[in-house]
Design a protein around this ligand. Structure first.
Ligand SMILES: Cc1cc2nc3c(=O)[nH]c(=O)nc-3n(C[C@H](O)[C@H](O)[C@H](O)COP(=O)(O)OP(=O)(O)OC[C@H]3O[C@@H](n4cnc5c(N)ncnc54)[C@H](O)[C@@H]3O)c2cc1C
Length: 367
């Protein structure tokens, strides 16, 4: 019998394998596509932030930054003595119209209680800090400018976690698990991302297709934060000498990962040009689409022990934030599995029972 089998070797599987094997557990990770062609993490924007409504998400975002900063030391291996996640700490800027302002003022109280280090500015004053932004329709904005939020290269984080887990004794093998009954192990962790429902059909997490466009603009702002315009749902950030911009429209039951090209002309470009007039001169240079592991109940994570099994744990439903939450979730699951309770960040609010009872706990800031 195996000690621990993790189904899915994506970012959550790799982070969990790292923390569990560091604690001396003998971990086997089963991944059906080791090229990760359709997995969510390589197709993500790599963003990490602490600007959320719920305190648990704020704390997980804070831990992500701490983990990324310490990564060169904690994840170095004999084979790779200098790991990096290529952090770009440009911060986040979230723009809210009048319809979201009240909710954001409540969120700011949570930010303060969690010492998130975020700053708030009235819409009318935003151009003093971000002169290229047109503040029309913006009531309030929240941002960080102290290198505590930003983005990373998702591949590099995944590689570093996986390599360190392997150094600690974990095994990554190719395999397609059709049913959890196939596995003979003391502990099973389902880290199957947006495909979780195929293994656990009472968990309402499904693939939701999101498109990202790559664009070029004569005017480049390399210091621009990852900006989310909550008045349109469009978000963007610099990428090298270009920019990436996400469509506000998502799609269920998508048969393929062909980008939704029409969204660019109809939605994304107009929204970008309205907010940053220089973006009127954009040129589309590429794009891709990937699946969010979307929790249809409330856009929030589902993490913990499944009450219907004696040895099955799961972590999924991150709905656009699984990359940044992976270090905190890997650590939390390891605490739960090895000690029976959470020791650092208490994430019992994400318990499987909540979802089975259909108790919503909405996280409003999905980008
Ligand atoms: C366009 C886009 C932008 C995003 N931007 C961000 C962002 O800026 N910041 C952020 O934090 N998050 C972002 N995300 C979300 C993030 O990528 C996901 O939440 C995260 O990758 C989920 O991690 P995971 O390991 O659960 O799933 P995945 O990365 O999808 O990994 C799951 C793995 O499980 C394997 N698997 C599934 N079923 C089985 C089975 N039965 N047997 C064997 N293997 C199996 C799959 O092949 C896959 O490799 C974004 C996602 C997309 C698509």
């Amino acid at each position: 019998m195996d000690d621990v089998v993790i189904v899915g070797g994506g970012i959550i599987g790799a982070a969990t394998a790292y923390f569990l094997s560091k604690e001396g557990r003998k971990v086997k990770v089963v991944e059906r596509d080791p090229t990760y062609k359709k997995a969510s993490f390589p197709l993500s924007l790599g963003g990490f932030r602490r600007q959320f409504f719920q305190k648990e998400n704020i704390h997980l975002g804070k831990f992500a930054r701490e983990f990324i900063i310490n990564l060169p030391e904690t994840l170095k291996t004999e084979k790779n003595p200098n790991p990096t996640a290529s952090m770009v700490p440009n911060g986040y800027l979230l723009l809210f119209g009048p319809e979201h302002a009240e909710e954001q003022y409540k969120a700011l109280k949570n930010h303060a209680e969690c010492e998130a280090g975020t700053k708030n500015v009235k819409g009318s004053e935003i151009s003093k800090i971000f002169p290229y932004i047109n503040n029309e329709g913006i009531e309030t904005a929240t941002y960080t400018d102290t290198k505590i939020e930003g983005w990373i290269d998702p591949y590099l984080l995944h590689n570093a976690l996986k390599n360190k887990a392997i150094e600690f004794g974990a095994e990554f093998i190719k395999g397609d698990i059709k049913s959890l009954k196939e596995i003979n192990a003391s502990t099973i962790v389902s880290a199957a991302g947006c495909w979780t429902n195929e293994l656990l059909n009472d968990i309402p997490v499904f693939p939701q297709k999101h498109t990202v466009f790559r664009v070029k603009c004569p005017k480049h702002y390399p210091d621009m934060p990852l900006t989310g315009d909550l008045t349109t749902g469009v978000y963007w950030r610099p990428e090298g000498k270009e920019y990436l911009a996400g469509s506000p429209i998502s799609k269920w039951d998508a048969e393929d990962l062909e980008p939704e090209w029409n969204d660019f002309e109809e939605l994304v470009w107009p929204a970008l040009a309205k907010r940053i007039p220089e973006f009127e001169q954009l040129k589309l240079t590429g794009g891709w689409a990937g699946y969010y592991d979307c929790n249809k109940l409330d856009n929030n994570a589902v993490v913990g022990k499944h009450p219907s099994y004696k040895n099955v744990y799961l972590a999924t439903g991150f709905t656009g934030r699984g990359l940044m939450q992976a270090p905190g979730i890997g650590r939390a699951l390891t605490e739960l599995i090895t000690t029976g309770s959470y020791q650092t960040i208490d994430i019992s609010c994400f318990a499987v029972e909540r979802v089975l009872k259909k108790e919503q706990r909405l996280e409003p800031y999905v980008l």
